[in-house]
Design a protein. Structure first.
Length: 89
């Protein structure tokens, strides 16, 4: 679809990568607490997980990462936000 518009848009080539994944943090607190996004980026950076792209909305922050790093990213974010703690009965 984009190739016929190359002259109008002004791009040289289209690059694709199927080996990517998206990891997100979601919650109503995202809007009022920017430290949550900062914590997400900090945790991923500590594990040297490269962010290929980032997007955000009022309730979600997402990062595009290498698919090979998805499991690690999910595990470290899960721990960082206390989601692997055992719940009290």
């Amino acid at each position: 679809m984009l190739e016929p518009l190359q002259g109008d848009i002004g791009f040289r080539r289209i690059v694709t990568d199927d080996a990517v994944a998206k990891v997100s943090i979601v919650g109503v607190g995202i809007r009022s607490n920017p430290q949550l996004a900062a914590r997400m980026f900090e945790v991923l950076a500590e594990r040297k997980i490269n962010l290929l792209a980032v997007s955000a909305s009022e309730i979600k922050v997402s990062a595009l990462i290498s698919e090979a790093e998805l499991e690690l990213a999910v595990r470290v974010l899960h721990t960082a936000f206390g989601l692997d703690a055992e719940r009290a009965a």
